[in-house]
Design a protein around this ligand. Sequence first.
Ligand code: ARG
Length: 418
Amino acid sequence: MVEPLTYTQTTLYQEVFVMGKGTIVLAYSGGLDTSICIPLLKERYDYDRVVTVAVHVGQRDEEIDMATKKGKKFADRHYTLDLREKFVSDHIFPAIKANGSYEGYPMGTSLARPLIAQEVVKIAKKEGATAVGHGCTGKGNDQLRFDFIIRSAGLDVVAPIRELNLTREWEIGYAKDHNIPVPVKKDKPWSIDENCWSRSIEGGKLEDPAYHPPEEIYLWTVSPDKSPDTPAKVTIEFQKGVPVTLNKKKMAGYDLIQKLNLLAGKHGIGRNDMVEDRILGLKARENYEHPAATVILAAHRDLESLVLTRQELAFKRMVDDKWSELAYKGLVYEPLYAALNAFINTTQERVNGNVDLEFFKGSVRVLGRMSPNAIYSSDLVSFDSASIDQCHAIGVSQYFGLQARLVHGLTTAKKKMK
Ligand code: ARG
């Protein structure tokens, strides 16, 4: 964190110097959109001070360093907050327990947005700001996720890119006029969002759903055809639904995820190329890579099948879907979200055990699973055991599907039931 002002200093500063609308706090990534927001908030919106906040949720070090340097240079005050562990424990772990996925991929961006917005709100209160700014466009999901948290805190939202209807071309020109370095290079015009759980790549030529993504968009995964010819084996241990050891080594959540990103990424695991339905209804072509998420979710689902009852599994599938919908929309203050988490946490008390996995040529396969809470009895189910009298099943069979059988052949209803 970069030397925060004390509350008294902030108040004093504002009383003495405020001419315009005072202080605004900006969620800042150092990219083109948020970079041009700094001068725009002063020139077009009449704010006196722009305070920038960059939140580290597992982006590459260069990204965070760049945001920190640019924030310090161009804003009146800058904060960089390292919230990697908090992101994992408060947002990724609940997503693992809920098998959190949207339209078939492990969601990532949507998990980080509430945390970023919450932290920016905290700084806004500390800095005596009445508004929070962000660089989201009016087309995506992030604007809604941010706005929801900011408005819930009673602060105003200022979103210059959306409100001024800006295009990328205009932004680049404006940035140049203000001596702001433009990070987008013409030959790699992707819009990237990254946290330790997921990396998303969109925009540019990828906006044509028919366009085949070039290999260069991927950083965490190798192409499955270039991956090693020998498979790798790993074991993940879960306690109460979350991973705690990797290959028997106890690891903090963030480290475990990063290690798995490397191990599984090397084997080409965790790519998605898809057309996604955004909250507004727009369809968007999205590319993702999320090796650790793919592996952990596969292992977690598998372990659940060993320890949860059929009733729990069926009901939890619906709960997981609803949880995922709320998380995708960023509606973390929706009371239902807390209620679903309470149910999910109850089920996860018994999700303890080990899952052995194999990585090979882009896929992850469960090799075996074991749990002290398994509701699996080899004695009962085995072909080789006599601990169940098979004849008892004949009684069950006489009633099994009874109503359908009656509909199917009405005459049999009158015959003696066999
Ligand atoms: N479609 C995803 C979501 O809404 C990811 C968006 C990420 N943004 C980006 N600029 N790549 O969660």
